[in-house]
Ligand binder design. Sequence first.
Ligand code: PEP
Ligand code: MG
Length: 330
Amino acid sequence: ERGRLARLRHTPAVTLDGERIELLANIEMPEDSPGALEAGAVGVGLFRSEFLFMNRAGNLPDEEEQYDAYRRAVEAMKGLPVTIRTVDIGADKPLEGMSSSELRHESVLNPALGLRAIRWSLSEPSMFRRQLRALFRAAVHGPVKILIPMLASQREIRQTLENIAHVQRQLTDAGKPFGQCELGAMIEVPAAALTMPIFLRHFDFVSIGTNDLIQYTLAIDRADEAVAHLYDPWHPAVLQLLHTTIAQARAAGKGVSVCGEMAGDPAFTELLLSMGLRSFSMHPTQIASVKQRVLRADTRRLAPLLDQVLSCEDPEAACTQALLTGAAAI
Ligand code: PEP
Ligand code: MG
């Protein structure tokens, strides 16, 4: 089995009916890029840039250090696209040594609902602009896509775009070379999933963060073990939001991928394909098992699966049953 998975590495991920599926890697550091290529990833779908900011006793990486890290990641991917998410600091990913005015992580009861991700970036514009400049400069060396975490409102979108326009002016005025980047929004707050037309108007693509989308939809703190048993990717509300988000992005002709844990869990591969998903980003170790499912899937036959799963009270059982029956029919 191990040898067979290894051989799968360079087999293109194409379904039985010829649909090409993009399997991308989630990485935390530029050094993870070679491993992503080796696992057969056709790009990086999520570079969690906050790992450059963590475990360093309060000093943050300056523009040059970030530029260097992003450039190394881009060069290591040899021309494949690298999606870099702006810092997602806060909640389960605190910064050490920062004063409470900079990050009130420990002073609030609900850090998951607090100053994290894009909220923190917008509250620290010079930090945010340093990162954006480094990203646009790294794009000179290969395709960089910029992904913004945890957006919930039109106001945050507007402020984000203003910061981007500002750094592009700064780089132009300073005569520094920079590239163009596609801009994407993470859909990981129900408010975003429910107002997709606004997001699709302003962004080139969206990436669904199911880890947080589940947390915020079900009101289950990802970090609280006392409620871990209630954390349920199969909850019908989660599946509805996924389905409508993917469908709206596709209808608008915009790129859509899933970069939360669900994308790397083979139990969801056929269901996500049935929703129209064609781009999955996951930990590199998951790529081979998801690819196996893709290679055996026929997307033309998956419509009944989606109907059954979305219309019943126990989607997990319905999915298992439908796949068993489908497999028997082939
Ligand atoms: C997610 O929320 O699904 C996601 C990919 O982001 P993170 O796990 O880093 O919060
Ligand atoms: Mg998230």
